[in-house]
Ligand binder design. Structure first.
Ligand SMILES: [Zn+2]
Length: 335
């Protein structure tokens, strides 16, 4: 074929570390070495290493002996002259354009999955999830909180019963409201209320004391019942695990998946959409039972006051949109 190009380099016989000075050329479909080592083998029996940005390409023979060219350019022209072609993956990898398109496509697929498929999928899984699994999820979170953040409630039993009965008398704004259990706890993390997948709605003594207005407390509970009814927490836990699971697939690190689960369960934050859904649910529930929305306003206003007083927001507030925003939204609905 061609004998025009000769490429100087080193030959390693695969047995010893010694480099033999040789010259590579291609003749009649054979790769031939001459110099301190001699061999001539059909091109089909020689592997050419993939092209990379810097390293010159090597030839590897069937017996794992190999040839390393002294310089990259001479080797490339030899390969070019003999019509060597890279596999399509290698050729694609050479092209930054192709790489960026592939990356953009991956990001698009992940983003679409995250924004649309995941929430819908999580909502579907949450609905399909047996109640027993949700109970376990919720019980696990409650156990951790009881150990680390809560003490037994100090509210008088009569006060607790009165609040529980008042809330039980309210009709939910639509059918299918889940069964719930109202729990009171004294908290090291200040005024707080949240709903666990098990159906437990936890109300801290501090929030009861802060609000004073019983109807505003009922509004808080209605908000939490909304989270339960929409299964926000279960959806969030599922979404969080799926995101981590996909991350594990893409980045190949499973430790983050395992390490992330407990933290995820304790991060009681919902999306802004979920919070608005729960606020709307609370508003609808108050209306349904003839309670003025002024009480919901009072809840938001009390929280806003707390935000302004404390500088750093207490946990309940950092897990919710700013009260001013919720207040403004409610007032827009009232107009
Ligand atoms: Zn909420």
């Amino acid at each position: 074929m061609t004998d025009a190009i000769a490429v100087p380099g080193r030959f390693y016989d695969g047995q010893s570390a010694r480099a033999h000075r040789v010259v590579l050329s291609v003749r009649d479909g054979h790769a031939c070495l001459e110099g301190e080592a001699q061999r001539c083998v059909p091109l089909a029996q020689v592997r050419v290493s993939e092209r990379t940005a810097r390293a010159p390409r090597k030839l590897t023979f069937a017996d794992e002996a190999c040839f390393e060219p002294d310089e990259r350019a001479a080797m490339e022209s030899l390969l070019h002259a003999t019509g060597h072609r890279d596999g399509s993956v290698v050729r694609l990898q050479q092209s930054w354009r192709a790489v960026s398109i592939a990356l953009a496509a991956l990001v698009l697929v992940l983003a679409t999955g995250y924004l649309y498929v995941l929430p819908a999928g999580a909502a579907w899984i949450a609905r399909a999830l047996p109640l027993s699994v949700e109970r376990q999820l919720g019980q696990g979170v409650l156990d951790v909180l009881d150990r680390h953040a809560f003490r037994p409630t100090r509210l008088p039993a009569a006060r607790r019963t009165a609040l529980a009965q008042a809330f039980a008398r309210l009709a939910p704004p639509r059918d299918g409201a889940p069964p719930y259990r109202l729990l009171f706890r004294q908290s090291r993390i200040g005024p707080n209320a949240f709903a666990l997948p098990s159906g437990d709605i936890v109300l801290t003594d501090e929030l009861v004391t802060l609000l004073e207005d019983d109807q505003a407390i009922l509004a808080t509970l209605a908000h939490e019942l909304g989270h339960l009814h929409e299964r926000h927490m279960t959806r969030r836990l599922i979404q969080g695990s799926v995101v981590t699971a996909v991350g594990t697939l893409v980045f190949g690190d499973a430790t983050s998946l395992l390490a992330g689960l407990p933290a995820l369960a304790l991060d009681l934050r919902y999306s802004r959409d979920a919070e608005q859904e729960a606020d709307d649910y609370a508003a609808a529930m108050l209306r349904q039972n003839g309670i003025g929305l002024a009480h919901l306003e009072r809840l938001f206003a009390a929280l806003q006051e707390l935000e302004e007083k404390d500088g750093a927001p207490p946990p309940y507030l950092s897990s919710h949109p700013p009260s001013a925003e919720r207040l403004a939204r409610l007032r827009r609905q009232l107009d």
